[in-house]
Each structure stands twice: as C-alpha cells, then as structure tokens.
Design a protein around this ligand. Structure first.
Ligand code: FAD
Ligand code: UDP
Length: 383
C-alpha cells in the first residue's frame, strides 16, 4: 500500500510527487495513461534526432521567482525569448500587434505616440468588456481584430470570439512600442536538456514509483494508496455525471524538412489562411544545431485528447457543479489544468501544485508524526 496515488505525470502530478516523497518521506505511486512522463510538456528526439514537443510548442515564461527557483533544482536553463510572426494580407508581421506591425501592414511611419492616436481613432467603445471580441475591438478596432483575431480564434476554438471569455484573447496584449517578444515575463528560459529530462530528475527519488501506460480506471476498486491526487479531467473522474465538460483538441502534424531553417522565428501564426493555426520550428526554441529542421503544424479538432478547457460562462457553470462534487471526495486532491478546468500555463500549474503541497502540509499529519515545522528545524539544524 502506497501513501499516495498520483494520477497524471505532468507538471501538477510530478511537482507534488517530488514534494511529498522528499519533504514528507512518504511513498508515492505516480501513474499516467500515456507511455511517458511530462504530460503535455513531454519532448523527445524524433527519428532524425531533432528534439520536438509531441503535444505542441511549450515555452517557459514566468514572473514567479518561487516557481523558477523550484524548477531550477531539476534543470539548467537556456535563455530564450519567444517571437511570433502572423501571416496577414500576404505579409509576415509581428504579433502581439506592435508599432512595427501597424507600420508594416499599412505602410505608415507612426511613432509610439501617433500610434496611440491612430488606434484610439479606430477602437470601438465597449461599455463592459466581457468577451474575447470586446477585448480586441475596444483596443485596436474592428479591422485589425478581423485580420489577426477573428479567423484564428474561430479556427482554434470552433467558436466566434464573441462566445469566449475575455481572458482568452487578453493573453495577447497590444504594444505601442517595438517590443516584438511574445512574453514580457522576468524569466524566459527553456530547460537546457529538455522538459522530459527535467521531469525524470524530479521523479528520481527512492520514495517514488512511476508506472506509465497505466490508466486510473484500470486500477479498479482495490485501494492502492491512502490518499489520491488526481490531475486528469474532472468530468472523467466523476463518470461524466453532469455531462461532458467541453474541451478543445488538436491534431499535431510533425515533419522534418531537409533544410537548415524553415522560418525566421519559433512560431508563425495563420489567422487568415490554412486549416492549421500555427507552425512551430523547434530549433529556435531548443537551440539545437542540426542540418535539418523539425516543424509541427497544429490542426484544431472537436474530438480527441482534451487539450484546452473552453472558457465561457456556460462551461464555467458546469465546472462549478463538478467542483462541488470534489469537495465531498475524502482524501482526494484535484490539481492541474484538466482537474481544475483552467486555461493555465505551466508556471501557473507549478504554482498551484506548490500551493496544494502547502495545504496538504497544514491539514494531513505526516506518516512519521513529524510536522513540517519540526522537519524544517531539523533541516536547519543539519545545515
Ligand atoms: P497535463 O500536462 O495534461 O498532465 C495530466 C496528465 O494526466 C496527462 O499526462 C494525462 O495522460 C494524465 N491522465 C489523465 N487522465 C488519466 C487517467 N485516467 N489515468 C492516468 N493518467 C491520466 N504552457 C506554457 O506555460 N507555455 C506554453 O508555451 C504552452 N504551450 C502549450 C501548447 C499546447 C498545444 C497546449 C495544449 C498547452 C500548452 N501549455 C503551455 C499549457 C501546459 O501544457 C499546461 O499548463 C501543463 O502541461 C499542465 O500540466 P498538468 O499536469 O496540469 O496537465
Ligand atoms: N489569438 C489570435 N490570433 C493570434 C494569436 C492568438 O486570435 O495570432 C487568440 C486565439 O484565440 C488564441 C488566444 O488568442 O487561442 C491565446 O493565444 P495564445 O498564443 O496564448 O494561445 P496558446 O499558446 O495557449 O494556444
């Protein structure tokens, strides 16, 4: 009998497994139905020896020093600032929309100051910003909204931006300067030897047993552990009692091109043309030196693995019904993007897992009777 069963070996499951095994000295079984650890951040060498991300590009960025410091125990980093171009009206221009985007697209010579006035003249007043359409039209106006956001969002989500919560397109800001980085976070880095190597280091502890290609459902009724941490889809845990929670899926087409470089930046977005949303060229992200290059094309799909919770009021209301069920589950913690139905980045999930660990420490007596305070004191004494 294990002390803990952790379902899912992604960020949520792996961060918690390490904390519990090391800090509480308790035995943990981590299972994942996929045949590898790392969840959606899994990376692997393809048949040509190029490092790719099997579930689409994962770029690490955070403002949380605590999250960066925690992961730094398990990996070295390489600096990487992500840049994205959007193919609009036959040109490749920076996205997020910035000064150069507008000047290039409209053959203008605006400055930061005149760009503000130019956008204000086009922005549509919106009394209360609720939807993903509201966010963009109230900032840059309808024409730029249609060029950059409407088509991409319809393709990505199968919904019009007016049917999605404002938080979705609010992820992509508007810039008045020439900063063409996709993110402005303090820490923008990639794990030097890849995500999978970082996960393997995290899970490498004598108290942790990892069993991949193992589905929670297949464990049956026999109890394997005192307590459970579940990081899979919350609706699946409850056998879809209230009906399925909507998720958006993707199909990834991974290819190798027989050229050294395919595109100028890590990702090119296609808001107006093509069936795919974006093309990633990994060597920009990983820094790998190789005579060929690996790309991923992302095709959004309605059916398939659940990749994105779909943020809108109706789905949130359904999630709340499942969340109420979680409160009655004794000795089970629900953590992660699928279990909390949240469109969270990796760093937010690490933060959520570390916060869950603190709650466990406050509420679950350790097996050996020590409290977290005494073990901290012992660690300090030993240092
Ligand atoms: P997951 O990584 O999904 O892990 C959950 C695991 O649980 C999975 O491995 C699954 O197989 C397993 N599981 C589920 N059900 C069961 C079951 N019944 N039995 C056994 N195992 C089960 N974030 C960023 O910060 N930067 C990015 O650039 C970025 N890009 C992204 C691109 C794409 C295409 C996607 C889909 C996401 C991206 N993210 C990015 C988000 C990132 O993937 C998530 O924040 C993070 O992986 C969530 O970790 P998690 O542990 O909650 O979930
Ligand atoms: N988006 C868009 N056009 C773009 C980039 C983003 O319409 O060129 C919208 C789209 O709805 C997308 C959302 O903004 O889903 C968030 O973009 P982000 O790049 O953060 O998506 P992710 O990397 O999570 O897929």
């Amino acid at each position: 009998m294990y002390d803990w069963l952790i379902v899912g070996a992604g960020f949520a499951g792996s961060v918690l497994a390490e904390r519990i095994a090391r800090e509480r000295d308790e035995r943990v079984l981590v299972i994942d139905r996929r045949d590898h650890v790392g969840g959606n951040a899994f990376d692997v060498l393809n048949e040509d020896g190029l490092l790719i991300h099997r579930y689409g590009p994962h770029i690490f960025h955070t403002n949380a020093k605590s999250v960066f410091d925690h992961l730094s125990r398990f990996t070295e980093w390489r600096p990487y600032e992500h840049r994205v171009l959007a193919e609009v009206d036959g040109q490749r221009v920076p996205i997020p929309i910035n000064l150069d985007t507008v000047n290039q697209l409209y053959r203008l010579d605006l400055t930061s100051e005149t760009l503000k006035a130019w956008l204000t003249a086009r922005a549509e007043p919106v009394a209360e910003i609720h939807t993903s359409e509201d966010v963009v039209v109230s900032t840059v106006g309808r024409e730029l909204y249609e060029k950059f956001f409407r088509g991409y969002t319809r393709k990505q989500w199968g919904l019009d931006p007016s049917q999605l919560d404002k938080s979705v397109t609010a992820r992509v800001p508007t810039r008045f300067d020439r900063d063409d980085r996709y993110f402005t976070d303090t820490y923008q880095v990639m794990p030097k030897h890849g995500y999978t190597a970082m996960f393997e280091a995290m899970l490498d502890h004598p108290n942790i047993t990892v069993s991949v290609a193992t589905d929670h459902a297949a464990l049956g009724a026999a109890r394997t552990a005192q307590r459970t941490i579940f990081t899979g889809p919350v609706d699946a845990y409850f056998d879809y009692r209230h009906g399925p929670l909507p998720y958006r899926s993707l199909r990834f087409e991974h290819v190798t091109r027989q050229v050294e470089w395919h595109q100028a930046v890590g990702v090119v977005n296609y808001p107006q043309t093509e069936d795919y949303t974006r093309v990633t060229e990994y060597k920009h992200l990983t820094g790998q030196v190789h005579p060929r290059t690996a790309l991923t094309y992302e095709y959004p799909e309605a059916e398939g693995d659940p990749y994105y919770p779909i943020p809108n009021p109706e789905n949130q209301a359904l999630f709340k019904r499942y969340e109420r069920l979680t409160l009655d589950e004794r000795d089970v913690w629900f953590v992660g993007r699928l279990a909390t139905y949240s469109y969270y980045n990796m760093d937010q999930i690490v933060g959520q897992a570390l916060a869950t660990f603190r709650r466990i420490e406050e509420s679950v007596p350790r097996k050996d009777g020590r409290t977290s305070r005494t073990s901290e004191a012992m660690a300090l004494g030993a240092a």
